[in-house]
Write a protein that binds this ligand. Structure first.
Ligand code: TPP
Ligand code: MG
Length: 366
């Protein structure tokens, strides 16, 4: 039985150059150091700097997503747009326990992951609006953005398709003798895909440094996890047949995410093979911008927002411990709104790609 007993089992679920997004101010920000190789079960010492860092990071994602929602409403973003609001603690906590050389790959719900990887908000927003200043020069959109420089490998619209690729990234680290891990983020719906289990098998067989982070936000489009997944929602057990350890994590608590992440990273980086983390989280918005969300009640959403919001949680800690004041938090909010506003301005001012660009970047020349 691989059911994790030492882990927390709360299951609470009830920042250049105008044409290039690379190397911007936001991209240069530093994360506080984290000892990812130390196996520890002791309660970590509270770090005020880290708490403030978490607050800023999560707030950046939320304000960015709110702005993306607005631009979508104004018709400036076309196609699909999947917002990450509510799930900010997951990527923020996981980034805090990994290094810049570790690889990250996820689904279409990807803007938060890109920001957490240090990608420039201007380049991400410009891509959302289909402008040349975007990471895919305006030809990829919300679901197709990459940054080799930041070790962010997309942005994938085919449900579950990122999992074999993330496993391949882990294979490449092991094959080249590099000490990095790969993080594959997938949803509670994606976890029912066959390719996920082929990946689990190979990764356990070859003891690959692969971490699978299941973001269980309780719904896959309009289908609740209870209706879609056998054996309820104990998705952290899905690697049991392959001997892959897994644990459930309170994905609304960034500190819990970081601690569980450290265990997963120590395991995978230590040569012990893959690890599964099931983040119990929730998305506040519909599946995509075009989802009226009739499959759940407003009360359900309001209750999670009121009781479990990941940003409000850290905010309260900052105030209770007198690390911040209402005023200093307002200043942070203002600063972040400026960064996001600048990203939106950059996106609007950046031109659309030239029609001749339709024929470029289609095939890589051998
Ligand atoms: C192979 C495949 N099947 C179906 C779809 C349509 N589809 C897009 S998102 C989605 C739901 C996935 O839900 P989940 O994995 O829980 O991720 P979430 O959207 O909640 O982040 C489906 C079925 C798709 N894009 N690819
Ligand atoms: Mg889901």
């Amino acid at each position: 039985m691989v059911k994790k007993t030492t882990g927390k089992t709360t299951g609470k679920t009830t920042g250049s150059k105008s044409a290039s997004p690379k190397g911007g101010k936001a991209a240069a920000k530093k994360r506080p150091a984290s000892k990812t190789n130390a196996k520890s079960t002791a309660k970590p010492k509270f770090d005020p700097k880290k708490a403030l860092y978490f607050y800023r990071e999560m707030l950046l994602i939320r304000r960015f997503e709110e702005k993306a929602g607005q631009l979508y409403g104004m018709g400036l973003i076309g196609g699909f747009c999947h917002l990450y609001i509510g799930q900010e603690a997951v990527i923020t906590g996981m980034r805090a326990c990994t290094t810049d050389d570790d690889a990250i790959i996820t689904s279409y719900r990807d803007h938060g992951h890109m920001l957490a990887c240090g990608m420039d908000p201007r380049g991400v927003m410009a891509e959302l609006t289909g402008r040349v200043g975007g990471y895919s020069r305006g030809k990829g959109g919300s679901m197709h953005m990459f940054s080799k420089e930041k070790n962010f490998y997309g942005g994938h619209g085919i449900v579950g398709a990122q999992v074999p690729i993330g496993t391949g990234l882990a294979f490449s680290f092991k094959y080249r003798g590099e000490p990095h891990v790969s993080l594959s983020f997938l949803g509670d719906g994606a976890v029912n895909q066959g390719q996920v289990y082929e990946s689990f098998n190979m990764s356990a067989l070859w003891k690959l440094p692969a971490i699978y982070v299941i973001e269980n936000n309780r719904y896959g489009m309009g289908t609740s996890v209870e209706r879609a997944a056998a054996h309820g929602s104990e998705l952290f057990l899905r690697g049991e047949a392959y001997g892959i350890p897994g644990e459930p994590v309170d994905g609304m608590d960034v500190f819990a995410v970081e601690e569980a992440g450290k265990r997963a990273v120590a395991h995978a980086r230590g040569g012990n093979g893959p690890y599964i983390l099931e983040m119990k989280t929730y998305r506040y918005r519909g599946h995509s911008m075009s989802d009226p969300a009739k499959y759940r009640t407003k009360e359900e959403v309001d209750k999670v927002k009121h009781d479990l919001d990941p940003i409000a949680h850290v905010r309260q800690i900052l105030l209770d411990r007198k690390i911040a004041t209402e005023e200093s938090l307002k200043d942070i909010d203002r600063e972040i709104k400026e960064v996001v506003g600048a990203a939106a301005d950059f996106a609007r001012e950046s031109p659309e790609p030239d029609p001749a660009e339709l024929y470029t970047d289609i095939l890589a020349e051998g």
